[in-house]
Design a protein around this ligand. Structure first.
Ligand code: BES
Ligand code: ZN
Ligand code: ZN
Length: 510
């Protein structure tokens, strides 16, 4: 079960502009590199000199001030450095540097693809190019901008384009430090994997499609793989997952991949909600509400592809990548409102709404993780609540941290590095009353049905993680159609992959 082929990217570095022979040279400048139509930074002056004054000319004309994402028309150089030169503005320096570097990379990829140019070189006076960590994010952004899900309706020309790898060459002065190409390639590949799984339609990306693909990748890396289908799930008592997946012709899959390095101090469990489609079930979503519900497996795409990447990077931290994969459909075998389900933990859930299915699936996945795998912490990603989209829009994810804010703060530190916005939300105890069940231990939507929906959902999940430090990351707004800086629009975003990798790095150092 191999994922579709997508355009690949190769990264190179070179110390000088001489003999570059690139087809497109991109020059990146901050606003502060230019003042009153004058080149201010010595770095930009020296680049300009090497390019025969082309930058100065454009700046003189007032065509370029280095404003955020400003581009000039491309020009041919007078020297044999590149066929074309494009100036790109990096704007004002501010505190969102990793995301901005990525956004710039996306822009460069889009501009080069518009020109049908695959070989791009990049030089710059901006910190987004001179700082090694930011340059890595720029490279990841470039690959994200090149990414295109191979739709069946692509023209022959577009298909041929996908076959040709793109190349990005950084022109770096030695003082700028070398960037870690292996790290970039592994991270960018994990984001591609995540996005391919996200963007694939639900009639292709079924629970088995995900589990088989991930198993193939995990085995190639020598990881331990455990996949449970319906029969095994029945045997072990994953009745909650079986209830949600009951209405689908596609068998549910519970996936655990394990990366256990020779030496490690901490064990991290990454858990993901994997609804390959969420129709809502009998509490059905209206037509417009179903659009985009193929993305309801984004949490699983994140947890699994991030675990693969952490293994490939060889970080000294033990990691489990876990996913509860099923499809929420309507059928004679589907679960109903008022059904009572006994979860793997023994706790019973009264279903009050079949569309609040993610938390039901996660009940089994999380209690298995906490009880049987006993990690030091659990971080779980899910497109859990529409209420999250109302609160934070498509700009950032809401995080709920238990038993206190400690794990949430560690995630905040990771998010600073990865440039993926998160916001810590409250976990008020009073809300526990809302989910108390009348007929069972708990109900799945809360008695006040809908108010503070994201918090209610988080408090529900907390019931299944015991004493293990646990963070729930609600990515409903950012998994697709991400509007934050550092993302391509209108497709699966890969949000959370880098956050997980940075968290693993953090735990490896702890
Ligand atoms: N998958 C949805 C949440 C969602 C909505 C994700 C919009 C992305 C965009 C989830 O399963 C769901 O339907 N939740 C319900 C819960 C409600 C019934 C308590 C919701 O948010 O409406
Ligand atoms: Zn739902
Ligand atoms: Zn859902």
């Amino acid at each position: 079960m191999t994922l579709p082929t997508i355009k690949s990217v190769r990264f190179h570095e070179t110390p000088s502009l001489a003999n570059l022979g690139s087809r497109l040279l991109v020059v990146v400048s901050d606003e502060s590199d230019i003042e009153q139509k004058q080149l201010k930074s010595p770095e930009l002056c020296s680049i300009d000199l090497e390019l025969g004054g082309i930058v100065k000319e454009l700046v003189d004309l007032g065509d370029f001030e280095g404003k955020w994402l400003q581009t000039t028309t491309t020009l041919g150089t007078r020297k044999n450095i590149a066929t074309r030169v494009l100036l790109v503005g990096a704007g004002k320096k501010n505190d969102q540097q990793p995301a901005r570097a990525r956004q710039l990379g996306i822009l460069v990829a889009e501009e080069s693809q518009k020109l049908k140019i695959n070989q791009v070189a990049l030089v710059g006076a901006s910190a987004l190019c001179t700082d090694a960590a930011l340059r890595e994010q720029l490279a990841i952004g470039f690959q994200a901008g090149i990414f295109k899900y191979p739709n069946t309706n692509l023209s022959d020309e577009a298909k041929a384009q996908l076959e040709t790898p793109a190349e990005l060459t950084f022109v770096n002065r030695p003082k700028h430090g070398t960037f870690d190409a292996k790290k970039v390639e592994i991270t960018a590949k994990a984001m591609d994997t995540c996005r391919l799984l996200q963007d694939g339609p639900a009639n292709v990306v079924t629970p088995k499609y995900v589990s088989e693909h991930i198993a193939e990748r995990a085995r190639a890396l020598g990881l331990h793989v455990q996949i449970w289908g319906a029969e095994k799930l029945r045997e072990v008592g994953f009745n909650a997952m079986l209830a949600v997946g009951g209405g689908s012709i596609h068998e549910p899959q519970f996936v655990v991949i394990e990366y256990k390095p020779q030496s490690y101090k901490k064990t991290l469990a990454l858990v993901g909600k994997g609804l390959t489609y969420d129709s809502g079930g009998y509490s059905m979503k209206p037509a417009t509400g179903q659009i985009g519900m193929k993305y309801d497996m984004s949490g699983a795409a994140v947890s699994l592809s991030a675990a693969l990447a952490i293994a490939e990077l060889g970080l000294p931290v033990r990691v489990f990548g876990i996913a509860g994969l099923c499809e929420n459909m309507v059928d004679a075998n589907a679960y109903r409102v008022n059904d009572i389900v006994k979860t793997y933990s023994g706790k019973t859930i009264e279903i009050l709404n079949t569309d609040a299915e993610g938390r039901v699936v996660l009940a089994d996945a999380l209690s298995y993780t906490a009880k049987d795998l006993k990690p030091d912490c659990i971080v779980e990603f899910s497109t859990l609540t529409g209420a999250m989209v109302v609160s934070l829009g498509h700009y950032g994810a809401g995080v709920f941290s238990f038993p206190d804010a400690t794990l949430g703060k560690t995630l905040e530190a990771a998010s600073e590095k990865s440039g993926e916005k998160i916001w810590l939300l409250p976990t008020w105890e009073e809300i526990n009353d809302d989910i108390k069940g009348k007929m069972a231990d708990i109900n799945n939507i809360g008695a006040t049905t809908g108010n503070a929906g994201s918090i209610v959902a988080a408090m529900f999940l907390k019931e299944f993680t015991g004493d293990v430090p646990y963070a729930h990351v609600d990515i409903a707004g950012v998994a697709a159609d991400n509007m934050a800086i550092g993302y391509t629009r209108k497709t699966g975003s890969g949000y959370g992959v880098q956050l997980s990798i940075e968290l693993a790095r953090n735990l490896a150092e702890a």
